[in-house]
Design a protein around this ligand. Structure first.
Ligand code: XMP
Length: 321
């Protein structure tokens, strides 16, 4: 069934929130629901909607998949505690790295994350908690790109003919599926979330594994995590829609201390966009790029090459995997 889009210009956040709270309450009845909070604007908005609708009958988890950014799990748990939302940290790092072992193809990588997340980790949490519903923050752009066959977004099922009840043993509720990123930001602000959350830059479900070309091992994720922290610091003032560091698979010849160094390549991407459907590389000042490259070469072990992507989406996509 086609999803009826609510255009951001037509969105009344208060009315939207009131309707979704009623819908969630009606669907879950007097049962329990669970959800995963990653700290991004989508899952944060869903968490607040779910709590308004269900109170303590919504169990919120932060899945530590080993692919998150520096300091992220603790930061999110502390932030939501301020709103009276208890977030339980689930350590699933070994499961995710086992599923990603030897996987290099982008779509296979996305599928490995999806299966681990929904079948393995959430299947178990659902069985243990007795919940029958999972609330999640799928937005319309996720559905569009998956249906168009561009990228298998980690959180899209129904539109691909997958019945979550059959595949994973629970039903999925998607309160944000009629809106896009700019709409979610409005809803998140109306839910009382701070600007650091509602204006937060998007981050993909497959997390840092989407920022590593080739196999996402613990070591390579650690490298891209460090490169991501440097990039986010260096570009924080740009007001761009999204920026990221990518670790390439190919090595290139470089030199260090007068000797050959067959080293690593980091690609920087920084995007101007409204809703992620189309995007253009931000015209960053040369000084910003030079300083960023300087830090990358100095602080991330083994890096000898730093590039800046200048291709727009399309034909590029924002993430590299
Ligand atoms: P692409 O790479 O498709 O990204 O141009 C468009 C926007 O979507 C984010 N993205 C994802 N978000 N699950 C998500 O929740 C995913 O699997 C996923 N893949 C990409 C990406 O960061 C960008 O903002």
């Amino acid at each position: 069934m086609a999803i009826k889009e609510i255009k951001t210009s037509k969105l009344d956040p208060e009315q939207f929130i009131a309707e979704k709270v009623v819908e969630i309450s009606a669907t879950v009845g007097d049962g329990l629901a669970i959800n995963a909070l990653s700290g991004g604007v989508d899952s944060s908005a869903v968490t607040m909607l779910g709590h308004r609708a269900l109170g303590d009958r919504l169990k919120t988890y932060f899945i530590e998949n080993g692919l998150m950014r520096q300091g992220e799990p603790q930061r999110i748990v502390a932030l939501f505690a301020e709103f009276g939302v208890r977030v339980e940290l689930v350590d699933a790092r070994d499961k995710f790295f086992a599923a990603l072992r030897g996987v290099t193809d982008p779509e296979e990588k996305r599928e490995a994350i999806t299966q681990t997340f929904y079948k393995d980790v959430f299947g178990k949490l659902v069985r243990e908690s007795g919940a029958k519903h999972l609330l999640q923050g799928t937005i319309l752009t996720d559905v569009d790109e998956t249906v168009a066959g561009i990228k298998r977004q980690h959180n899209v099922f129904g539109q691909l003919g997958i019945d979550p009840q059959e595949a994973f043993g629970y039903k999925i509720i998607e309160p944000l599926v009629q809106i896009r990123k700019d709409g979610v930001r409005k809803v998140a602000a109306a839910l009382g979330l701070p600007e650091s959350v509602y204006n937060r830059m998007p981050f993909p479900g497959p997390a840092l594994s989407a920022r590593v070309i080739g196999e996402a091992t613990r070591e390579r994720i650690a490298l891209v995590r460090q490169a991501t922290a440097i990039t986010e610091e260096a570009l924080a003032d740009t007001k761009a829609f999204q920026y990221m560091a990518i670790l390439h698979e190919d090595r290139v010849t470089g030199m260090r201390d007068g000797k050959r160094d067959f080293g690593l390549q980091i690609e920087i991407r920084c995007w101007d966009s409204v809703d992620a459907r189309k995007a253009k590389p931000t015209r960053l000042p040369w000084k910003t790029l030079r300083e960023l490259s300087g830090r990358m070469l100095k602080e991330v072990p083994g890096v000898v090459s730093v590039t800046y992507n200048i291709a727009p989406k399309p034909p590029s996509t924002m993430e590299v995997v």
